[in-house]
Design a protein around this ligand. Structure first.
Ligand SMILES: Nc1ncnc2c1ncn2[C@@H]1O[C@H](COP(=O)(O)OP(=O)(O)OP(=O)(O)O)[C@@H](O)[C@H]1O
Length: 601
């Protein structure tokens, strides 16, 4: 049976979403959860497993130190020239309003990020890093547990005020047109503010960057929460380190921090990305005295090793796209970062005997990705104190997470085999609003199919992925020859060329960006309405990150994989692994024709 769809954006078939629960462990609804927590956040020993205890006390906004609106106005308000900003600024909004607003593509959507991206890093093969869970040689300290329950109300927080962000920070967010938190932000902000180590997992384009930046900027820098007198921690130097696997993602995060800090304070964030001039970065560290640095593992560890980056006072360490940062390529740099950030060099004789692990860890560790394989859970357990997994509408203590049953039959649960990583990571990493299709064609007709697909779907801003760099130019040439404006982007281009390409593409000068795996993670181009796989991604984790370049923050988006007949089984396999409908289709006479699966099997 054949079903003809006119223009996919007008007559979109509702996909039967078979999105199932994230594979790792059982998830409790937030309201059911009791979170035991070491009262001493700065526990010296890294503890092993810990049981989840139920408690009678409910974790309310107050117990999370998130005050009610009234309290908030009373206690938090600091003398400001802009009197009564609360009255002026707060526009009561329901969550539905927010969703409605965000879903209007282009014109009515959220204020697009002003973040620029510059591409540089070469794509790195992701294989898992075997960092052994650190075992402290120190005796375990007695742990006083504070039992917490989380109020479901936090999930439906419709404003940043409800989440207890400081007034100055809310003021800045409003100025940037950000008035309502996303779901993952509502879940993460209270948890991080309560000083839990956390793994944040939520689908691509759901706002994970602000989910960790906002609670951090509530604690450090000029927008931070006013503390009661005598209760202020005196800190100096760098207080937060954010690590990202690529230069482009690093720069994007820098732009996001700059946007929140505002023009007067943007020097307080310093980029330490590879490929940029290192001595200039070192000079800026000296001159600007930043409170937060964002960079790639290599450059951060390089400058740290040279003694030009002091991070022992650091309170926050964020690993964005953590599953990629755990790959073998980053092993040494990540080891250095984890060993140094937020660790006080100790002079006591015992620590000389016991080695670096005896040094006191002061930092809060936050791991972030749309795809969280079990290796990340294991790493978080070994690096953090009572870490929790935060997702939209659920928070789970990591100690309660076990390797899921199906995984056990597929191999050694302690191995980081791709199968394991894929199965655990893929589900729930995709925005629910995406439409997925695949079509088959001969290899030499792929570009023509791509062109017909773009016309049929009336897509305006298209990212086409290939697996290698070499053929990109050829595809661009063929598209241009057929009158379609296209441009290539890959790591072999110079730094300036890469940022120019992106600027032009974002400005709408080109309809198609032809690129490789380099652009699959982090790239935020809200206007992108179509992602094409001209080469199939290597696994469903890669599929998820590529697909996530479209359909960001509730917008509509379509993903089309163009493959040869002999590869169609891979798409069917990915459909199973991802738990989403990827429908076979073809493009004829300016239309998409969607087949039912029976027709092709
Ligand atoms: N509360 C908000 N209101 C409006 N826009 C927001 C909000 N939070 C984030 N955004 C915007 O949503 C877009 C996507 O956010 P972000 O890049 O943080 O997503 P992500 O979950 O990290 O995606 P990925 O997994 O692909 O890296 C950005 O343009 C960001 O500026």
């Amino acid at each position: 049976m054949r079903l003809i769809i006119g223009q996919v954006h007008r007559n979109v078939l509702a996909l039967a979403s078979s999105r199932s629960c994230f594979v790792i462990g059982d998830h409790l609804p937030f309201r059911m959860l009791s979170l035991p927590r070491a009262s001493g956040f700065h526990q010296t020993a890294w503890r092993g497993s810990q049981t989840v205890e139920d408690s009678g006390s409910t974790l309310t906004l107050a117990s999370l130190e998130v005050q009610s609106k009234a309290d908030y106005v009373k206690k938090e308000r600091v003398p400001q020239s802009k009197a009564d900003y609360v009255k002026k600024e707060r526009v009561p909004q329901s969550k539905t309003d927010y969703v409605k607003k965000e879903r209007v593509p282009r014109t009515g959507g959220p204020k697009p990020s002003s973040r620029d991206s510059a591409f540089s890093a070469k794509p790195k093969k992701v294989s898992s890093l075997h960092l052994k869970p650190a075992k402290s040689a120190l005796p375990k300290s007695p742990v006083v547990k504070k039992k917490l329950k989380i109020d479901e109300a936090l999930f439906s927080a419709s404003s940043f005020e409800e989440l207890g962000l400081p007034p100055l920070l809310i003021d800045r967010l409003n100025k940037e047109g950000l008035t309502s938190p996303t779901e993952v932000q509502s879940a993460s902000i209270p948890v991080i503010s309560q000083r839990h180590d956390a793994v944040i997992q939520s689908y691509t384009g759901s706002g994970k960057t602000l989910a960790y930046l906002l609670p951090i900027l509530s604690e450090i820098g000029p927008l931070k929460r006013a503390r009661e007198q005598g209760n202020s921690e005196k800190r100096s130097g760098i207080e937060a380190v954010v690590v990202a696997p690529s230069r482009e993602l690093g720069m994007q995060i820098v732009r996001e921090v700059e946007k929140i800090l505002g023009p007067d304070d943007k020097r307080l964030v310093q980029q330490l990305v590879g490929g940029a001039n290192r001595s200039r970065q070192e000079e800026a560290l000296k001159k600007n005295k930043p409170i937060i640095v964002v960079g790639t593992p290599g450059r951060i560890s390089e400058i740290s090793a040279a003694g030009k980056l002091q991070t022992h006072n650091c309170r926050f360490l964020v690993l964005d796209e953590v599953d990629q940062l755990l790959s073998f390529n980053y092993r040494e740099d990540m080891h250095r970062i984890l060993e140094h950030v937020g660790r006080k060099p100790s002079t006591s004789s015992s620590s000389h005997i016991l080695g670096p692990l005896a040094r006191r860890s002061e930092r809060q560790t936050i791991l972030v990705s749309a795809t969280v394989p079990f290796s990340v859970i294991r790493a978080a357990r070994s690096w953090g104190h009572d870490p929790v997994l935060v997702r939209a509408k659920s928070v789970v203590p990591l100690d309660s997470i076990t390797v899921p049953r199906p995984m056990l039959s597929q191999g050694d649960p302690n191995s980081d085999s791709p199968t394991m990583s894929v199965n655990q990571a893929a589900v729930d990493s995709l925005p629910p609003s995406l439409e997925h299709y695949y079509c088959t064609t001969k290899a030499h007709h792929k570009v023509d199919t791509l062109r017909r697909c773009i016309h049929a779907l009336e897509a305006e801003t298209v990212i086409a992925f290939m697996n290698n760099t070499k053929p990109l130019k050829d595809v661009v040439f063929k598209l241009e020859a057929r009158g379609m404006k296209a441009i290539e982007l890959h790591g072999d281009l110079g730094k300036l060329a890469r940022s120019t390409v992106l600027k032009k593409f974002k400005a709408g000068e080109f309809r198609v960006l032809v690129t490789n795996e380099l652009s699959a993670r982090g790239l935020d181009i809200p206007e992108c309405d179509l992602v094409i796989n001209l080469d199939l991604p290597t696994d469903s984790t890669h599929y998820a990150h590529r697909a996530g370049r479209t359909g960001r923050l509730g917008r509509k988006g379509t993903v089309v994989s163009i493959c040869e007949e002999s590869e169609a089984f891979i798409m069917r396999k990915m459909r199973k692994q991802l738990g989403v409908a990827i429908k076979p289709c073809e493009f004829t006479e300016g239309q998409i024709t969607v087949h039912k699966e029976e027709d092709v099997e």
